[in-house]
Every structure is written in structure tokens, then in C-alpha cells.
Ligand binder design. Structure first.
Ligand SMILES: Cc1ncc(COP(=O)(O)O)c(C=O)c1O
Length: 424
């Protein structure tokens, strides 16, 4: 199997164990990449749906269950203390990784649950406005629709320019209406657009709005510092950033989280319970009712270690190069329509949604699967965006730390094969 290499420049931060090496082999760290699909080496180009996991993450979870498994916080015995230390240690790693205080890191199941947590504890009044955008994943649309229906709040969406960017003129108009909250994605899972989060947050704050940023497609790929961005809430999922499924993060500013009601109630999130009523635990536990995904949090902490050992700047550079390479090559494939900003790869992350002639994306995905290539096809949980693009579905490739130029080349050859099969 060929290893993928990320070039590391001297001045870029590296994990201790990797310091001194000029190149770091990456794909060899991911056991699944040795899998064969129909006898052909797996080419995994579906990392935006979920990323593959390095051996260190798999081992951390395995070791936890083999050596340390116990319930946390409540036990006085040794294992419970060790499990608590590992769980809370993971929280610290994640807080440091995104520039937050550990009290501001709430463990949830995924980005979707984090958005629901905020939506259901916001308590807007009738007539309050919530602003989202047309490029959102359903998880940043549907919870707001529900809340608006239940409370009489108004919902508005920022439209897009032809290039697949947020329309800043319309953004200004909507923000000037002084919404209660604006919720937008850092990186689009279809267009790849990297939104100008800092600028948008500053503008929203100027009009007194709270800001929730969906970082599900950003945290695995670019350096994120929530304090620099000044977002009030920032959400992401572990499984897209080399971590396990079933664990995600809500970051919220401490002062806001303290004022918010709990989302779920029960064990662990309380200070005292009497039959007449209860009081709430301190942050962050006030929002973590019941036994959490302890192994998941530990796995996510290890994924953060892994990302940091590569260096987010190196990861971004590696993925940018792959993106530019793929965009240039795909432009030359007759019949390909690509979506999202095409002329400035710096405002775009490693996701390419495209269509090939009038081949249905599901048919295309199936032909590529015969070649061992995993791509995504469908509406990508972004039906309003599909309507805006005038399509019902697209195919999509997406890259990660372990993706290689060779993967892109194999994919391009398979695209040509699909063109022949469908007589394009
Ligand atoms: C931009 C974006 N937001 C949110 C989500 C939802 O993530 P999860 O299903 O892990 O909650 C996704 C998943 O694809 C996404 O791409």
C-alpha cells in the first residue's frame, strides 16, 4: 500500500514524536485503508460524511474498555477515578485545541445534538428573528424551523451569490433587523465554501445577535480558535475529525451557558434533588445528563492529539493542494459540472460536489464503487441548497489527511470509465 505524505516545513508546529521528520507518513496510520473492495484497493473519498480513524484512536478506545472501564464522577473506586481523569482529560485537550476554557466544552452526541441543545434552550419570543443560510446542512435548518413553529419566532435565510458565497448585501440587510440569533456554517459540506466567520460574527454582534457557528466541516481541516472568531456557540462532530461516532462538542461562552436552562435532565447534571425540585450542577456538567459516551470522548481526545501531531497548518496545506489538483483535473473532464467557488481555492475546503452529464449521481457512485472508490451521492442533507443549485442531487468527493494525489488520479480514471459506460 502506498503511504500518503504530508509535507512539513521546519517552522510548522509538530507533535514531539514527529519533530525532526521532514515528511510524515499518514495513510499507514489508518488500518481501514488496507481494505480491498471487490478486490481493488479502497479509495476513500467520502471523508466529509465521516472520516476514517487512525490506529491511535482505535487503540485508545480498545484500551479504555480493556483496562479502565467504569462509570465516571460518582465512583470512589480506583477505576472510576481513572475513567473520570481520562474523560475530563479529553475535555481539556479539546478546549485547548479550539482555544476555549474547559468549562465551555459540553460533550454531546454530534453537531446535530449541539444545535438542538441551543435551539431548545434559547426560548425566543413571538416575533424574534432567527437567521440561517441557504447553504446549511439540514441540522442547521430543521431545529430552527421547529423552534420557530413552537414559539412564533421568525426565520429568515441568507441567499447565495452565483459563486456559492453568502450574499453579503443581503446579510447586512437581515442582520440590521436585529435577529436574536444567527446560525451559519463555517464550511459548506456541498460547496466547500469557507465563510468569513470573524467578519460575520462581528457584524451580527454589532446588531446585538448571538451567533452559532456549525464547525462540523471546519474543525477537521482548518485551524479554529473560537476566541479569535468570537462565536457565541461553535459546534462539531467527533466522527468527521478522525474520532469515533456518537461524540460531539458544543462550545458556548461561559456567561451564556450559565444563563441557559439545561437541555436534558436527570442524573449527573444536578447539584441537589428533592421531591419539590432540583438545582443544577456547575458547567459543563449541567448540560451532560446521564452516563455520557466516555469511550467516545477519550477517542476524540486521542484524535485531537493525532491532528495536533500533524499540525493543522500542515493539514490545511496538504488538503488545499489536493483540492487544487482535483479542481484543475476535473475542469478538463468533458461533461463535468462542479459547484461552489472555483476560482479562489483559498476560500474553499476539500469538498467537490459535481455532476457528470446527465448521469444520476447514484449511478455514478455505483460505477465508482465497482472500482473500489467511495464517493457520496444524493442531496447531502442540504435540500434547500440543491433547489438553489437547480439539481435534485450531486456526486461529491471529499478529502482528509490520508488522501493522496494517487487517490484523485484513480478517481479520474474511473470517471472516464463512467463516461464510456454511459456513452457521454
Ligand atoms: C456542515 C455540517 N453540519 C452538520 C452536520 C451534521 O453532523 P452530524 O450528523 O455528525 O450531527 C454535517 C454532517 O454531514 C455537516 O456536514
Amino acid at each position: 500500500m502506498q503511504a500518503s505524505y504530508i509535507q512539513v516545513s521546519e517552522e510548522m508546529p509538530l507533535g514531539k514524536e514527529r519533530q525532526g521528520s521532514k515528511e510524515i507518513a499518514v495513510s499507514k496510520d489508518f488500518p481501514i485503508l488496507q481494505t480491498k473492495i471487490r478486490g481493488k484497493p479502497l479509495i476513500y473519498l467520502d471523508s466529509a460524511a465521516t472520516s476514517q480513524k487512525p490506529l491511535s484512536v482505535i487503540t485508545a478506545i480498545d484500551t479504555y474498555y480493556k483496562t479502565t472501564n467504569a462509570n465516571i464522577h460518582r465512583g470512589l473506586h480506583t477505576l472510576s477515578g481513572q475513567a473520570t481523569d481520562l474523560y475530563e482529560g479529553a475535555r481539556k485537550k479539546i478546549a485547548t485545541f479550539i482555544g476555549a476554557n474547559e468549562k465551555e466544552i459540553i460533550f454531546v452526541r454530534n453537531a446535530t445534538e449541539a444545535i438542538n441543545l441551543v435551539a431548545h434552550t434559547l426560548h425566543p419570543k413571538r416575533g424574534d428573528m432567527i437567521v440561517s443560510t441557504v447553504m446549511e446542512h439540514h441540522s442547521n435548518i430543521v431545529p430552527w424551523q421547529q423552534v420557530a413553529q413552537q414559539t412564533g419566532a421568525l426565520l429568515a435565510f441568507i441567499p447565495l451569490t452565483k459563486e456559492g458565497l453568502l450574499d453579503m448585501k443581503k446579510t447586512n440587510v437581515l442582520f440590521a433587523k436585529k435577529p436574536l440569533l444567527v446560525a451559519f456554517t463555517h464550511v459548506s459540506n456541498v460547496l466547500g465554501t469557507i465563510n468569513p466567520v470573524k467578519e460575520l460574527v462581528a457584524l451580527a454582534h454589532k446588531y446585538g445577535a448571538l451567533v452559532l457557528v456549525d464547525g462540523a466541516q471546519a474543525v477537521p481541516h482548518i485551524h479554529v480558535n473560537v476566541k479569535e472568531l468570537d462565536a457565541d456557540f461553535y459546534v462539531f462532530s467527533g466522527h468527521k475529525m478522525l474520532g469515533p461516532t456518537g461524540i460531539g462538542v458544543l462550545y458556548g461562552k461561559k456567561a451564556l451557558l450559565e444563563k441557559m436552562d439545561p437541555f436534558l435532565t436527570g442524573g449527573d447534571m444536578i447539584k441537589e434533588v428533592a421531591l419539590e425540585g432540583s438545582t443544577w450542577n456547575e458547567l459543563p456538567w449541567k448540560f451532560e445528563a446521564g452516563t455520557p459516551n466516555i469511550a467516545g470522548a477519550i477517542g476524540l481526545g486521542t484524535a485531537v492529539d493525532y491532528l495536533q501531531s500533524l499540525g493543522m497548518e500542515n493539514i490545511q496545506k496538504h488538503e488545499q493542494e489536493l483540492l487544487q489538483y482535483a479542481l484543475e483535473k476535473m475542469k478538463c473532464v468533458a461533461g463535468v459540472t462542479m459547484y461552489g467557488p472555483l476560482y479562489d481555492p483559498l476560500i474553499r475546503s476539500g469538498v467537490i460536489a459535481f455532476n457528470l452529464g446527465d448521469i444520476h449521481p447514484h449511478d455514478l457512485a455505483s460505477v465508482l464503487d465497482d472500482e473500489g472508490i467511495a464517493i457520496r451521492s444524493g442531496h447531502h442533507c442540504a435540500q434547500p441548497l440543491m433547489q438553489t443549485l437547480g439539481v435534485s442531487a450531486t456526486a461529491r468527493i471529499s478529502v482528509s489527511v490520508y488522501t493522496t494525489k494517487k487517490d484523485i488520479d484513480v478517481f479520474l480514471v474511473a470517471l472516464e470509465k463512467a463516461r464510456r459506460i454511459f456513452r457521454l
